[in-house]
Each structure stands twice: as structure tokens, then as C-alpha cells.
Design a protein around this ligand. Structure first.
Ligand code: DGY
Length: 318
């Protein structure tokens, strides 16, 4: 009998062709909505594997109800939506999609640095609201990137690529936090989090979400930042205490924020964040280039094929 994979959203087709060519059957959720927890639970009971999205909650109850699953390939580099300990105990292999989305996500972070630092939201809303009456020498002023200091929280693959872009294109000085010193060609220096907060003009978050990074940036941390600084987050919304961010933006403790991730997602229309002009928000599109999403589709399929064959995944979360 053919092996069967549940694919929780309609991903780009390249990976599907690969699964097909390996004789693997799949059931794709073609709707515009994620499957509910119960819907996924129901589908998983006669499947061998899942391609999951970062919005699917693969928790202990889900995994313990489906111990027959061989592999779950997350269509994301982050895997905070999956209970790894339980998966490990049940011998369910977990895959993710590093590398192939590095460029796209670093580009998103750089875009947010520019959009927030140059006040694109306020300027664009003036155009849309009919407040653009004439050209003003002091209208919509923002800060340049060139020669400034960029603090990267978590110099992993994406943080490193952003740092390279910022150093080469804008001659930015790079400081970073990480568990260990990272070799680099542009003179980036490792510092403590407090040093990074107080010395950076731009701060970009690239850490994984886990117990030690949840609300890593709160009121105390905002108080250490420079008043002209710009905070960017393309990692996970929960790394910033969002109430503290709203407070810091209102009190002008920082100049602006650029967010690709929020807590929760989607951000409700009632969120205070949406009322502020000095925050530029995207709907978690860090990896949303045709190129990255195609490669993610292929990598997920390769992880599924390897896992169903009882082999190590191409990219396995251990
Ligand atoms: C991921 O894949 O985990 C990131 O959120 C991409 O934006």
C-alpha cells in the first residue's frame, strides 16, 4: 500500500511532484484556512507522515495520539510549534527547512530596517489619507543605515546573512549575541545583550523561540536602548514582550519597530500596535519568495521520503 502524507496547506507544487515520483500519496488541504487541531488529528490517524506549517500545533497530545507517524516535516526553519521531547520519545522524526530561506528572511529583515528607520508607514499613510499637501523639508524624517551599528541578537544563518548585507552594502558595524564566537569576515564582535542594547542603532532579532528567549526583550531591555534605535523582529513574536514594546514606542524610548512576527498571529485589528505610526508590520512573510518557498517545498518532500525510508532526514531537528 502507498504511504500517505497529510500536507496541512497548499504549498508550491515542486515537492508534491517529488513525492509523486516516489509513489507517495498525499492529501493537501486546498482551503485558504489552516486545518483546525481536531481536523488535523482526524486526518493524521491514517497517515504515515505530515508536512506541517509553523501555525500547526503539534503538541504532546497530538503526538501521543499519533505514535504511528514516521516523520513530520515542518515547512519552516523554526520548530517551536512542535513538542520535540515527545516526538523524540515516540521516535517520530522531525524535519525543518534551514538554509533555503536564509536569503529571503535576511532580505525581509533588511527591508524592515529601512521601512521602520525611514518612517515608511507614517509617510505612506500621509499619501493614502490625503495629508500629502506639499513637499516639506522636515516631513517624515528618518535615520540612515550607512555607518551605523547593527546589533544582531542570535548570529545564526539568517542573522549572519543580514550582518553580511548590512556590512557590505551600508558599511554598518556589527555587534552580536550568540552562544559562542562566530567566525566572520566583516569584524563583527560578540557582546553581552546589555552591551548590544545600549550600543546599537539598529537591532535585529534572529534567535529561536524557546523558554530562555520568550519575552527576552521587555521593559528593562527597552530602557537600555538608544532613543533613535530601530528594533526589527523576523524571528518569533513571543521573543518581544509586546505590551512593553507598545509602551516603549509610545514613550519614544526607541524610534521605531519593524515586525514580521507578532504575538498572536494574525494580529487582531484591535491591537494597539496598529494605531502607532512608528511601527511597520508584515504578516510573517520572511520566507515568502517564490525561490525560497519552492526550495522549502522540495526540502520538505525530501525529508518525508528519507523518513519514510527509515533514513536520516536531509535536515533533521534533533
Ligand atoms: C520560519 O521558517 O521559521 C520563519 O518564520 C520564516 O519566516
Amino acid at each position: 500500500m502507498k504511504k500517505k502524507v497529510i500536507i496541512t496547506r497548499n504549498i508550491l507544487p515542486d515537492g508534491l511532484s517529488l513525492l509523486e515520483s516516489h509513489g507517495i500519496a498525499f492529501d493537501v488541504n486546498l482551503s485558504e484556512k489552516p486545518l483546525s487541531y481536531e481536523e488535523l488529528m482526524e486526518k493524521a490517524c491514517n497517515a504515515d507522515a505530515i508536512i506541517s506549517m509553523l501555525s500547526d500545533n503539534i503538541d504532546q497530545r497530538f503526538l501521543e495520539s499519533n505514535p504511528h507517524l514516521k516523520v513530520i516535516a515542518n515547512y519552516a526553519v523554526g520548530f517551536n510549534n512542535i513538542d520535540l521531547m515527545t516526538a523524540r520519545a515516540l521516535n517520530i522524526r522531525i524535519g525543518n527547512t534551514p538554509d533555503v530561506l536564509t536569503e529571503a528572511t535576511a532580505e525581509t529583515a533588511l527591508g524592515l530596517m529601512i521601512a521602520a528607520g525611514r518612517n515608511f508607514k507614517g509617510a505612506n499613510s500621509a499619501v493614502n489619507d490625503g495629508r500629502w499637501k506639499n513637499w516639506g523639508p522636515k516631513d517624515h524624517l528618518g535615520f540612515a543605515l550607512r555607518g551605523k551599528t547593527l546589533g544582531v541578537i542570535g548570529l545564526g544563518r539568517i542573522g549572519m546573512r543580514l550582518a553580511e548585507m548590512a556590512a557590505s552594502a551600508f558599511k554598518m558595524q556589527i555587534i552580536y549575541t550568540a552562544n559562542s564566537t562566530k567566525e566572520n569576515t566583516f569584524g563583527a564582535k560578540i557582546v553581552s545583550l546589555d552591551e548590544l542594547l545600549s550600543q546599537s542603532d539598529y537591532i535585529s532579532i534572529h534567535a529561536p523561540l524557546n523558554a530562555s528567549t520568550k519575552h527576552l526583550i521587555g521593559k528593562d531591555q527597552f530602557q537600555k536602548m538608544r532613543p533613535h534605535s530601530v528594533l526589527v523582529n523576523t524571528a518569533r513574536g513571543e521573543i518581544i514582550d509586546q505590551d512593553a514594546l507598545i509602551w516603549a514606542l509610545k514613550e519614544k524610548l526607541i524610534f521605531a519597530a519593524g515586525l514580521d512576527v507578532t504575538e498572536p498571529e494574525p494580529l487582531p485589528l484591535s491591537s494597539e500596535l496598529l494605531k502607532l505610526e512608528n511601527v511597520f508590520i508584515l504578516p510573517h512573510i520572511g520566507s515568502a519568495t517564490f525561490e525560497a518557498r519552492r526550495e522549502m517545498s522540495i526540502l520538505c518532500a525530501k525529508n518525508i521520503i528519507a523518513g519514510l525510508n527509515g533514513e536520516n532526514l536531509i535536515s533533521e531537528v534533533k
